[in-house]
Design a protein around this ligand. Structure first.
Ligand SMILES: Cc1cc2nc3c(=O)[nH]c(=O)nc-3n(C[C@H](O)[C@H](O)[C@H](O)COP(=O)(O)OP(=O)(O)OC[C@H]3O[C@@H](n4cnc5c(N)ncnc54)[C@H](O)[C@@H]3O)c2cc1C
Length: 309
């Protein structure tokens, strides 16, 4: 019930200013975002890798209308890819990129700029010995993201896609992308979408997730099961058995700070598990989406706001 207001709040500039003045090092923010700098992100990466997990790093920021900011985001990715290579952890740590953070929404040539910027990041990732996954944003950008993915895969076939089970179109998209070498992250979807394009009922989203998962697990690609939902995780395990998939021919993915015990349990059982680490100063929209998913965190969040005053 609180999901819609929280997703709307995530667009309020006033609330954003108030919340963004909170220190990242305390309370609820720190639970979901290890820090604002490359160093804090690399330290968190190292810790997770040392405990047997893999990582995907997301330099926070989205919907930029500023060319300079888009360029700075590209620079941030190049910097962290260098740091990962230097620290010898790039084999187990990739990056996740939002096209709207690297210029897609810029007027005029936005798509072209985003493609070129994504290409630069893919080059750097390959030089570092790792890969890029293109995050999926709201439904108005799905075709554009898949189009850019197709272009990138001509030179960088290892580039990962993300599909969102709440969209009606996704089962078909899974069929198109379930081919050999194709890395596909399946998530439920985090944006507020209209009923003309997306399931609104959680149970319908879950059923769609299972249908999509079946397509991916039965296919020739590399499914990345991005969910904290115990039922989805169990079903993925059962499908792996049904389709004779060995451990490591698919992976589980969860967000930093969410169900860390489950992340370790799966890894200890021999599964490949990747933790998505967001970092950087632009953590506001990300934090609001996490709160919208689990309003039980809201009390803690409001308390940290009040105690700051
Ligand atoms: C690695 C990764 C990458 C993602 N990338 C994208 C992307 O590119 N685009 C996009 O739109 N979305 C993305 N998402 C977000 C995703 O779409 C969902 O919004 C988010 O993962 C919540 O859905 P869920 O499958 O975890 O299950 P939910 O339906 O939110 O939760 C189901 C069940 O999971 C358990 N659970 C969930 N959260 C918690 C918690 N905090 N603590 C304990 N138990 C919990 C509970 O049992 C809950 O009932 C990504 C998610 C992950 C994990």
């Amino acid at each position: 019930m609180l999901r819609r207001p929280l997703l709307l709040l995530s667009r309020s500039e006033k609330i954003k200013d108030l919340v963004s003045s909170m220190p990242v090092s305390g309370g609820i923010v720190h639970r979901f975002v290890p820090g604002e700098t490359t160093d804090t992100a690399v330290n968190a990466t190292r810790e997770l890798i040392d405990s047997g997990l893999h990582v995907s790093l997301d330099f926070l920021g989205e919907d930029t209308l500023d060319r300079e900011q888009a360029d700075q985001t590209v620079e941030a990715y190049l910097e962290i890819l260098d740091a990962l290579a230097e620290q010898g952890v790039a084999r187990n740590a990739e990056v996740s990129v939002k096209l709207s953070a690297i210029g897609r929404a810029l007027p005029g040539e936005g798509e072209k700029i985003a493609l070129e910027n994504a290409r630069t990041i893919c080059h750097a990732a390959r030089n570092a010995g790792t890969t890029v996954t293109l995050d999926m944003e709201d439904h108005t950008t799905t075709d554009s993201t898949l189009g850019i993915l197709r272009e990138l895969r001509k030179d960088f076939p290892e580039t990962g896609a993300v599909l969102q089970a709440y969209l009606f179109r996704t089962e078909d998209d899974c069929r198109s992308l379930a081919h050999e070498g194709s890395r596909v992250r399946l998530c439920k979807g985090a944006y507020k979408e209209p009923e003309s394009v997306a399931f609104q009922d959680k149970r319908e989203v879950d059923k769609s997730y299972v249908r999509c998962l079946k397509v991916l697990m039965a296919g020739e690609g590399y499914p990345m099961i991005a969910s904290h939902d115990p039922r989805m995780i169990d079903i993925a395990g059962a499908l792996a058995t049904r389709y004779n998939r060995t451990q490591g021919s698919y992976e589980y993915q969860m967000l930093y700070g969410i169900r860390p015990d489950e992340q370790r349990r799966l890894a200890e059982a021999g599964e490949k598990v990747r933790v998505y680490i967001p970092y950087g100063v632009e953590w506001y929209g990300y934090l609001m989406r996490r709160l919208a998913e689990r309003p039980s965190n809201l009390t803690f969040f409001l308390r940290s706001l009040i105690s700051k005053k």
